[in-house]
Design a protein around this ligand. Structure first.
Ligand code: PEP
Ligand code: MG
Length: 576
């Protein structure tokens, strides 16, 4: 019997496909069969994980002998090293992969269960307790294995895609889907501005999040329809429902192709003001979509995705290549590259990350960069080197304090001095701007305006921090409201301060790509909108219908309102 589940629509479109259950809960791993031709790779994957865990344990052991960690830890480390070297665990797991085609995680967990059972039978309490060490060592291995994208099912022959169903997905998992035939994804948790949702939109994968217990309600390989526009999934649909959704999918495609006619039209308001519509990208691969919509530049390149989901950090040359590719693809157009915004839900490496009491308020973005000056300097050198190829601008995320920008500017000077000494060319006057995404920054703009060349409002975080709503937590997502009067005051205040001091201001949060807010932002005086490429044409359509002379006074009146419901109603009326 078909049934429907309701969640939050975070990435538009309709996907019809078969479920692939993904689990990231440790030891509650995904079970799947690996095709015979991939068995060697799967064993290699296990071997790599074993080597990584061996390295971790050697590091831990060294910390105990040098006094940086408790000496009792040493004994456990020795035991775990023994378990890891024990052929009963790892050789048998390899054997399970080879003979039965199990994926590495599944093979490990099966063998772990066998060993734990044997330990349970032992009389001696000390030896019986050793079952915990087997579990821990397998947990370590599974963690490392899950840190990699792993194997996704091969392309299906029936023309239908794969729908990823997970409790949660990290942005690096999502980015890992880029090269696979994934047509939709659904998760138990998450909100519309979580980074995972943003990546889904960037991959144009229909997605529904916040479905609570979806993983328990669907089965591997079951047919589902994901309606990313309405936020529902239909499980086990019959032929009629599938047919109806196929029709709806083609209607959506027709609407999109109508919008495509606006590709070559300049975004100009009815009263003749030219509006810049720029793109947000996550990797140089997104440039194809940017070119298709003929954007006016890149307003936000989220470079942290270059650092995530991999073992070793990208070196200066690899970064330079990525930045140069993007800059060269946009001749004569601005390309704003944000320094890595790592931390919070974009952790560098899940397996090694420190447990933080409150990641969104922790060592994130520029705070993380300044805590890792060597890594930061490498990026700044790469950015400066790429600056000779076009209009590159450097943007710093999550500023709240003047000293953060002072220290960053000092590091940029250091990078410049090093490059001069090495006789490497760069643009001496590369503009440096900052993101306004913490309320403190929006309320103390002077110190940023004095030090920087441009500002960009990150409404995703600005809303999160103003309203104290975790953007990744679906339990509070109904309170995440871009039209809260406090949010509007901070956004409007930043736009008007920019105009007063002649400083360019853009909005690069999701608000800029949502047609519901275009007229409001235009009326506040915004002239630079940066968004996902798939939103450009729809926002252009809004701009072409706008009359700024008429909008500005109406928006001023909205900014004086302090009841959310009245604000919403007045914003809706702007379009009439
Ligand atoms: C924002 O916070 O609005 C923003 C654009 O940055 P990110 O979504 O990458 O945090
Ligand atoms: Mg942000």
């Amino acid at each position: 019997m078909p049934f429907t589940l309701h969640g939050l629509p975070v990435s538009q479109g309709i996907a019809i496909g078969h479920v692939h259950l993904v689990s990231h809960a440790l030891l509650e791993v995904n079970h799947y069969h690996v095709a015979p031709k991939h068995l060697k790779d799967e064993i290699e994957r296990l071997n790599d994980a074993i080597a990584t865990v061996q390295g971790e344990l050697v590091g831990l052991k060294a910390a105990t002998t040098s006094g940086q960690a408790h000496s009792e830890v040493g004994a456990f480390v020795d035991l775990q090293m023994m378990m890891l070297a024990d052929p009963m665990l790892t050789d048998t797991a390899r054997e399970l992969i080879q003979s039965r085609g199990c994926n590495a995680e599944w093979a490990l967990v099966q063998q772990m269960e066998q060993l734990v059972d044997q330990f349970r039978q032992i009389e001696d309490p000390y030896l019986r307790e050793r079952q915990a060490d087997v579990v821990q060592v397998v947990e370590r291995l599974v963690k490392v294995l899950l840190g990699h994208p792993g194997h996704l099912p091969p392309k299906r022959r029936d023309g239908l895609g794969t729908i990823i169903v997970a409790h949660d997905l990290s942005p690096s998992d999502t980015i890992g889907f880029r090269d696979h035939n994934i047509s939709g994804f659904v998760t138990d948790v998450g909100g519309p501005t979580s980074h995972t949702a943003i990546v889904a939109r960037s991959l144009k994968i229909p997605a529904v999040v916040g479905l609570h217990h979806v993983r328990d309600l669907v089965e591997d390989d079951e047919l589902v329809i994901v309606d990313g526009t309405r936020g529902i999934i239909i499980v086990a649909p019959d032929e009629h429902i599938v047919e109806e959704y196929r029709l709806r999918r083609s209607e959506l495609e027709i609407e999109r192709s109508k919008l495509n006619r606006l590709r070559d039209t300049r975004a100009t308001t009815l009263d003749g003001e030219v509006i810049n519509l720029l793109c947000n990208i996550e990797t140089p691969k997104d440039m194809a979509a940017v070119k298709t919509v003929k954007a006016d530049g890149i307003g936000l390149y989220r470079t942290e995705f270059l650092f995530m989901g991999r073992d070793a950090l990208p070196d200066e040359d690899e970064q330079y290549e990525a930045y140069r590719t993007v800059v060269k693809a946009m001749p004569d157009k601005p390309v704003t590259i944000r320094t890595f915004d790592l931390g919070a839900d974009k952790a560098l490496d899940r397996a090694h990350s420190r447990v933080e009491p409150n990641p969104a308020l922790g060592l994130r973005a520029v705070r993380f960069s300044l805590a890792e000056p060597k890594m930061f300097l490498t990026q700044l050198r790469a950015l400066l080197r790429a600056s000779v190829h076009g209009q590159l601008q450097i943007m710093v995320p999550m500023l709240a304090h003047a000293q953060e920008i002072d220290q960053t500017l000092k590091l940029i000077e250091k990078a410049k001095a090093e490059l001069r000494a090495d006789k490497v060319k760069f643009n001496e006057s590369v503009p440096v701007g900052g993101m306004i995404e913490i309320p403190a920054a929006a309320l103390a703009l002077g110190m940023f305006i004095r030090r920087l060349s441009f500002l960009s409002i990150g409404t995703n975080d600005l809303i999160q921090y103003t309203l104290a709503i975790d953007r990744t937590d679906e339990a509070v997502v109904h309170l995440y409201d871009p039209l809260h009067p406090a949010v509007l005051k901070l956004v409007a205040g930043t736009i008007s301060a920019g105009a007063r001091f002649g400083m360019p201001v853009s909005v690069c949060g999701e608000m800029a790509g949502d047609p519901e807010y275009t007229l409001l932002l235009l009326g506040m005086g915004l002239r630079n909108f940066s968004m996902h490429p798939s939103n450009i044409l729809e926002i252009k359509q809004q701009v072409l219908r706008a009359d700024l002379g008429e909008l500005a006074p109406r928006v001023q009146r909205i900014l004086k309102m302090d009841e959310q419901a009245r604000v919403r109603e007045a914003v809706e009326r702007l379009a009439l």
